[in-house]
Design a protein. Structure first.
Ligand code: ZN
Length: 209
């Protein structure tokens, strides 16, 4: 899996696809070898299934055997689709009598309720953990805020909390879990909460972009 870095594209999902926003992504030097000499070069793009037509720009460092990709702000990290879609799921759960009721409302005709519940849980659980961390990161805005999307939207006076948090938490993204954060895959198996307390190791770009 590539190391994901933030691409502050400033584009909506639609504009990113129609304008081929991945062509605008730039990474001028290798995040591992700042002095160069490692053969770092652009390495094409890869395609995301959702939203349709989305491609992600990619770079490769032959010395470090590592691929880097530039994830635009509207996309969820390591989840299909956009941050906005995930946020909508979590907000629906917060307003529903139960997670099961929300899953039943969100599911398509060909999706069973148990799989819809699993699908919703996979989104709600990490977002809740992330919001708990984020509330602690920004006491100046979020002190005493319950770690829920609707409450965070109200405090931040926005209708897309996760996209705004990509921006606000930019320097923390390499320590935050998906779908908001860009925690490198090697650390994904470890302790998320521990990771956020520590700065990145020397070979991982902290706050890059
Ligand atoms: Zn390199």
């Amino acid at each position: 899996m590539p190391v994901q870095l933030r691409f502050k594209s400033g584009l909506s999902s639609t504009d990113y696809v129609t304008g081929e926003g991945w062509r605008l992504a730039t990474l001028s030097r290798c995040p591992i070898h700042s002095r160069g000499g490692c053969g770092f070069a652009r390495h094409g793009t890869y395609t995301r299934v959702s939203p349709p037509g989305t491609q992600i720009a990619r770079w490769y460092c032959p010395s470090g055997h590592r691929t880097f990709s530039l994830l635009p702000d509207h996309l969820a990290a390591r989840f299909p689709g956009t941050l906005s879609e995930i946020e909508q799921v979590v907000a629906t759960v917060e307003q529903a009598p139960s997670l099961e009721a929300a899953a039943d409302r969100l599911r398509g005709d060909d999706i069973t309720l148990p799989s819809a519940v699993r699908w919703v849980r996979r989104r709600v659980a990490p977002v809740r953990s992330l919001l708990t961390i984020v509330v602690g990161l920004f006491p100046q805005w979020l002190q005493g805020c319950v770690p829920q999307i609707i409450a965070v939207r109200e405090r931040l006076v926005c209708d897309q909390a996760l996209m705004l948090l990509r921006e606000l938490a930019a320097v923390h993204l390499q320590s935050l879990a998906p779908p908001l954060g860009l925690l490198p895959p090697l650390l994904l198996a470890g302790e998320h909460k521990a990771a956020v307390q520590h700065h990145m190791g020397p070979d991982l770009p902290s706050g890059f972009g």
